[in-house]
Design a protein around this ligand. Structure first.
Ligand code: MV4
Length: 483
């Protein structure tokens, strides 16, 4: 593989191109008119404009991307995350054009793109799953019988769903009919597929996911877990590795099961197997994400593995360079997603220009970003502008490094989730490790951040006063020359 086109933008496009360059592979960027001056365009060896800013006229247009790849003599396409990364048709069209898709095979994308097909595929592999059904259901009377067997509360899910869309909790049989009808119509309008199914509702789960890596010769390894429970309305905000609650024994069992899930769909490349973990530390397979994830850097920091490099190696037909026993966890990593959103105003998008943008620096700090001082944040795309990632020998050290890095990060012109990160890092439920997916809903108020900034202002005012008083003392001493 001599030249890779990255079918993405922002931080992940840069992240992928850095590794490609490290491997001696040339890079092609694609961009929309809004991204003409973006860092990923300048970093690439070549760049091709796809069209107007809206994604459906640029980053999502399969024909334009394949044409750009052909015109530039590209022999590999990396889709990043989001956009076309889990689009089976895209993967198929790339391969049909004689270009290597740096991602899994089309079959795995298709199977894991449907929650019901995914459940069906892993059924034979003895993977723990939440009690429920594995077929679409429309008959509300049949659903009542099944719900009674499972026991309330139950959860209705859309098979094609993602990001919590089409999910409904049902507390008792009186609500079942109406909630099911709503779930079906919601799924139909959101995904064009009204298939829904029923599961036991796990009330206070943690979201733990396992990174896997597989080559074309049947070798599959896992790279341990990421804890992703700190999320707001299904948008992850803080992730870490390893999880504060997994024992080595539980980690090993989940790792083996994650590899089995990958094997169930003949997976190739980097993938992520999502589990729910309940209060009693029972885990249940939820779904598999067939892409490189936003939060992959925390895994890289604790394992020393460059996941993009391994994706490229596997895609070009190399055997995995390590076995399970070669992989160990060293230290702890924390990631905060820096969104252009206002945490004091219900996380509303905060658009504008990055008047000041100075990122923190330090040995245990990594910033993956795609913007620079002076740039506008376009309204067309995901509001995540950067990922702040810290490392430490222990969880406490990684948290403390994150607090220092947040304090060092200077962003003016827009509001960001940095103050929200500071709130999380010092919250007792977070520092103790005893939290679940309801953390934000349970503990966060914008008031908490406003109080923090008041405290900050008070400290600044006191420091100013001290400087002033110290200065006066100097001036008062007779005969001393002012310095
Ligand atoms: C669940 C659940 C509780 N019980 N399934 C949310 C999105 C989708 N990936 C699956 N999700 C959930 N499935 C059962 N049977 C709770 C969630 C859930 C959740 C999962 C992971 C991370 C954050 C979440 C927030 C709310 C609900």
């Amino acid at each position: 593989m001599k030249k890779i086109l990255v079918a993405n933008r922002g931080e992940i496009a840069l992240r992928i191109m850095r590794t490609a360059r490290k491997m001696g592979i040339r890079t092609v960027a694609v961009y929309s008119e809004a991204d003409r001056h973006a860092p990923h365009v300048r970093f690439a060896d070549q760049a091709v404009c796809l069209g107007p800013a809206p994604s459906n006229q640029s980053y999502l247009v399969i024909d334009k991307i394949i044409k750009a790849a052909k015109d530039t003599g590209t022999d590999g396409i990396h889709p990043g995350y989001g956009f076309l990364s889990e689009n089976a048709e895209f993967a198929q069209r790339v391969e049909a054009a004689g270009i290597t898709f740096i991602g899994p095979n089309v079959h795995a994308i298709e199977v894991m793109g449907s929650k019901l097909a995914a459940k069906d595929a892993v059924k034979a592999y003895k993977i723990p799953m939440v009690p429920g059904i594995d077929k679409a259901i429309t008959d509300t009377e049949k659903a009542k019988v099944i719900a009674n067997e499972i026991g309330y509360p139950i959860l209705i899910k859309a098979s094609a769903g993602g990001g919590g869309k089409g999910m409904r909790v049902v507390e008792n049989s009186n609500e079942l009919k109406s909630q099911m009808e709503r779930a079906i119509s919601e799924a139909l309008s959101a995904f064009g597929d009204g298939s829904v199914f029923i599961e036991k509702y796990v009330a206070s789960p943690r979201h733990i996911e396992i990174q896997v890596l597989a080559d074309k010769y049947g070798n599959t390894v896992h790279l341990f877990e990421r804890e992703c429970s700190i999320q707001r309305r299904h948008q992850k905000v803080v992730e870490e590795a390893p999880s504060a609650v997994l024992t080595p024994e539980l980690r090993a069992r989940m790792g083996v099961d994650a590899c089995r899930v990958a094997e169930a769909c003949n997976y190739i490349g980097a993938g992520t197997v999502e589990f729910l973990l309940d209060e009693n530390h029972n885990y249940y397979f939820l779904e598999m994400n067939t892409r490189l994830q936003v939060e992959h850097p925390v895994t890289e920091l604790i394992t020393g593995v460059d996941l993009v490099e391994e994706q490229i190696r596997v895609a070009r037909g190399e055997k995995l360079r390590f076995q399970q026993d070669d992989l160990t966890i060293k230290g702890h990593a924390m990631e905060l997603r820096v969104y252009a959103e206002d945490p004091t105003n219900d996380f509303l998008p905060s658009v504008g220009e990055l008047l000041v943008y100075q990122k923190p620096v330090g040995e245990n700090i990594r910033v993956d970003d795609g913007y620079e001082e002076g740039m506008e944040i376009p309204i067309y795309y995901d509001p995540m502008i950067a990922k702040l990632i810290t490392y430490g020998a222990t969880r406490d050290a990684a948290i403390s490094n994150m607090e220092n890095a947040i304090a060092q990060y200077q962003i003016e012109g827009i509001e960001t989730t940095l103050p929200f990160g500071a709130f999380v890092m010092k919250h007792p439920a977070f520092t103790s490790g005893d939290f679940d997916t309801h953390f934000v809903k349970k503990f966060f108020t914008s008031q908490a951040i406003l109080e923090d900034s008041k405290k900050g202002e008070m400290v600044a005012a006191l420091a100013g006063l001290k400087l002033y008083l110290d200065g006066r003392k100097k001036l008062r001493v007779p005969g001393v020359i002012k310095s």
